[in-house]
Design a protein around this ligand. Structure first.
Ligand code: GLC
Length: 544
């Protein structure tokens, strides 16, 4: 475990704990379930796990509403279970990252209860962002990410800010106690052997003093056409996203992480949609890595992918940080379903276009070979190794994402990518729980997608992931390192070289494509044609 800078090439498996595996039969995933299935992740060939929040929480936003940062939610287990999990993961050479939520607490956090019980202007209120309204209106025009205004009024007339649900009051990061409490939390978990943190909405902590209206500013900044090319306009400054002052906080956190042996690491969740802005979080005295949402939101088109990859690599090289690549997570529609549409819009899941899951699966197979061949690290979202699609037909009355209510039932939210995993058997709950129900219902046709059903089937998604991840570990060229696109005659084909002696080719087009000269085929997402061409929507790893 002592290898330095393991994170520069790491493949990190995201455990959405509520839906990974249930050990106590209540239908909600937990630490016992995760411990029982750690071997699945180790056998897959991941280097680390990132676990979504497991702290005490009223679960208004699935655990992203934290009421105690230094304890474990009883429905997930105990602190002892957490410590055992860390030890058992380390025994399997898996590092463990937790999820820290610094932008907001739960409205049930003792600090917020105290704030509500204290008068306007009191020190207890100053840990949050309470402001007077404008007449009977909120202090400004800021909107909640989940819909509706970002302000809620309390009984004495003041309003408090919540960029997400009203049950998630934003903290005041100008307050020294807030800063000190989060460093205590980092230490609390680092001292228990935790290897690092994913930082929730890392770009939102600092708000512009004076709280000006957002007005016409769009987020993320829209691209404009200049001489026939789409470019992002110069950054204009947003009053609550991606403010420059946020970096000072991460410099402090980095210094703290570096005090540990081995040094602890961070990954930023920063939706800045611009590799140049993202790379600012990755300067060498700040965070180690960040999710590459630009890649996740790029449609399955060769030219778009090439542009995203080139920009990403250039901006990361400039600050000496490894790029990362991610296709799915717990906040977006699963990529099998996104790629199943012939019409794709960057950053939006188009559900009204006809879907072919067969096409989605085929592209997802190619996408993982592309992802794992790119330089740097990668994040996998639990269930993608099974090729799970988005569950788009959950009945209205089971939806739990706050987006559904806050949007007045216009946006269905993120439950469709959070459905509990199928482990074994042919009917729900597919071995997910020893009980009979699961917190979200599972589709009736998921039997063939279970871990049990796919294990040993050389044509399955699971075996493709296992083979690719093991090859990645043993192939010197993969992970962090050099990267060069080749010029290809066909604009629907991308090909790039990694040193030494490795080439990846991806065919985004609709007809088979010839391969460049090579020694042997290490792996392909589907079999090559009898005359050695790369079929449509396929990828191949070549050794030169
Ligand atoms: C992040 C999380 C998301 C959560 C939000 C508010 O974007 O990934 O699930 O709802 O932050 O904490």
């Amino acid at each position: 475990m002592a290898q330095p800078e393991w994170w520069r090439s790491a493949v990190i498996y995201q455990v959405y704990i509520r839906s990974f595996a249930d050990g106590d039969g209540d239908g909600l995933g937990d630490i016992a379930g995760l411990r029982a299935h750690l071997d699945h992740i180790a056998a897959l060939g991941a280097d680390a796990i990132w676990i979504n929040p497991w702290y005490p929480s009223p679960m208004i936003d699935a655990g992203y509403d934290v009421s105690d940062y230094r304890a474990v939610e009883p429905r997930f287990g105990t602190l002892t279970d957490a410590e055992l999990l860390v030890r058992e993961a380390h025994d399997r050479d898996l590092r463990v990252l937790l999820d820290i939520v610094p932008n907001h607490t739960s409205s049930e956090h003792p600090w917020f209860r105290q704030a509500l019980a204290s008068p306007p202007g009191s020190p207890a209120r100053d840990r949050f962002l309470f402001r007077p309204g404008k007449g009977d209106q909120p202090p400004n025009d800021w909107r909640s990410v989940f819909g509706g205004p970002a302000w809620t009024q309390v009984a004495d007339g003041q309003w408090y800010l919540h960029l997400f649900d009203p049950a998630q009051p934003d903290l005041n990061w100008d307050h020294p106690e807030v800063r000190a409490d989060f460093t205590d939390t980092l230490r609390f978990w680092f001292d228990r052997g935790v290897d690092g943190f994913r930082i929730d909405v890392a770009h939102s902590l600092v708000k512009e003093r004076g709280f000006p209206d957002v007005g016409e500013l769009t987020w993320p900044p829209t691209r404009i056409e200049v001489e026939g090319h789409l470019v992002r306009p110069p950054w204009t400054g947003h009053p609550h996203w991606d403010r420059d002052e946020v970096h000072e906080i991460y410099r402090e956190w980095r210094a703290l992480a570096d005090e540990y042996t081995p040094p602890r690491v961070f990954v930023a969740e920063a939706w800045v949609d611009d590799p140049a802005r993202l790379s600012r979080y990755l300067r060498n005295d700040e965070l180690h890595t960040a999710f590459n949402f630009g890649y996740l939101t790029t449609p399955w088109l060769a030219a778009d992918m090439r542009k995203t990859i080139e920009e990403t690599v250039a901006e990361h090289v400039a600050v000496g940080a490894p790029p990362t690549w991610v296709l799915s997570n717990h906040d977006v529609a699963r990529h099998v379903s996104r790629y199943a549409r012939l019409t794709q819009v960057a950053g939006r899941h188009v559900t009204d276009a006809p879907a072919s899951l067969e096409l989605g699966i085929r592209r997802a197979r190619a996408a993982i070979l592309l992802t794992l061949a790119l330089p740097g690290g990668a994040y996998l979202y639990q269930g993608e190794e099974l090729g799970l699609p988005e569950v788009e037909d959950l009945p209205d009355d089971v939806l739990q994402d706050p987006t559904w209510e806050r949007s007045g039932h216009t946006a269905r939210g993120r439950d469709g990518c959070r459905v509990p995993l199928p482990w074994s058997g042919t009917t729900p709950p597919y071995g997910f729980t020893t009980g009979t129900t699961t917190w979200l219902p599972q589709p009736h046709d998921w039997g063939p997608l279970s871990v049990e059903a796919q294990t040993g089937d050389p044509t399955s998604m699971l075996e493709l992931y296992r083979t690719a991840l093991h090859l990645r570990r043993t192939t010197e060229a993969l992970g962090d390192g050099t990267f060069r696109f080749r010029d290809t005659p066909d604009t629907d084909v991308l090909a790039f070289d990694r040193d030494p002696a490795f080439t990846c080719v991806v065919n985004f087009g609709t007809t088979p494509a010839p391969l460049p000269e090579h020694g042997h085929v290490a792996l392909s997402s589907v079999p090559l044609t009898p005359d050695g061409l790369l079929p449509d929507n396929a990828a191949v790893w070549l050794v030169r």
